[in-house]
Design a protein around this ligand. Structure first.
Ligand code: RIB
Ligand code: CA
Length: 305
């Protein structure tokens, strides 16, 4: 039976690939896409979510715009890696307007009205929307079947600062609220996503597929302003499709919220390494079969327009 899923994101080129993977996989019953301030403003990320859903033929799905600022800061931490428009300047038609409801209200309503354990949340941007929902309804997030997060860097350097990964650095307080919410938490940090490197040949292969979505993916990936572009956000989606591609460790995790050089750092103590913690609160993913991951992502494009 397909997994009922909400994807919370900040499109973002790799968010776009993650959404395309989800929409090209019948194993995933995508309920809605919620957008958050992250790579770009929430106006831009929600507009982009609508454009991506229209491109994949899923303009029927609701897009909910969420938090415009981090939980504990008046200063959003955008980045230009994905270009000014957040999608590398790709030409895509405008999608449906975001719905009236706030993303956090939608997440709250779905989790409260659905049977506990029946909805999976995939969060691939800063965790502001999830944290906002949790602080208003303590215990809410535990009702999710699991929460799959792209964020953090447990045993490797960060990418926003030497200590912190972008999603956690953009809203450390939100990350700490979600990581301490007692959920079935799966954390896909840079430890695993930095291994999901897209080769030039793999990116070029999209140009030969002659479909709207493959052309859009090729255009976005070509515009990605990073060395060795990585499929960060596709990792949690791919895990839902084929967990065997990944390796993980049971850890106790928390986030450094102190302003300064270590702000947003993920603190992880592994049950399988030296000086193990008393308890664990997350699966921290540390490895992926890169070739099989790239094949899985590319394969979904055969089912996209
Ligand atoms: O560190 C990678 C994360 O930051 C991804 O979610 C990417 O979209 C950027 O937002
Ligand atoms: Ca993202």
């Amino acid at each position: 039976m397909a997994s009922r899923v909400i994807i919370d994101c900040d499109p973002g080129i790799d968010d776009a690939l993650a959404l395309m993977l989800a929409c090209g996989s019948p194993e995933i019953d995508l309920m809605a896409v919620t957008a958050v301030c992250g790579n770009r403003s929430v106006e831009t990320t929600s507009f982009n979510a609508g454009r991506i859903l229209k491109a994949v033929g899923r303009a029927d799905l609701p897009v909910l715009a969420g938090c415009a600022l981090p939980i504990a800061s008046k200063v959003p931490r955008y980045n230009l890696i994905h270009g000014e428009d957040g999608l590398g300047g790709v030409e895509l038609p405008t999608g449906r307007e975001p719905a009236e409801a706030h993303a956090a209200d939608y997440i709250t309503r779905v989790l409260m009205e659905s049977e506990a354990g029946s909805v999976t949340i995939i969060a691939i941007g800063p965790l502001t929307n999830l944290a906002f929902a949790e602080v208003r309804h303590p215990g809410l997030l535990k009702r999710a079947a699991s929460i799959l997060v792209m964020g953090g860097a447990a045993f490797c350097p960060g990418n926003a600062t030497p200590n912190a990964e972008f999603n956690f650095h953009a809203d450390p307080t939100a990350a700490q609220i979600v990581l301490s919410a007692g959920t079935n938490l799966h954390l896909f940090g840079l430890d695993v996503t930095s291994k999901a490197v897209m080769s030039d040949a793999w990116i070029e292969s999209f140009s030969g597929m002659n479909t709207r979505c493959a052309r859009a993916a090729h255009s976005m990936l070509r515009a990605y302003v990073v060395q060795e572009p990585k499929l960060h956000d596709a990792c949690p989606v791919a895990y839902l499709l084929n967990p065997e591609l990944f390796k993980s460790e049971s850890c106790f995790v928390s986030v450094d919220c102190e302003p300064g050089a270590t702000e947003g750092r993920l603190l992880a103590a592994s049950m399988s390494r030296a000086d193990p913690p008393q308890t664990s609160n997350a699966r921290v993913f540390t490895d992926v079969n890169r070739e099989r991951l790239l094949t899985l992502v590319q394969g979904c494009f055969a089912r996209l327009p």
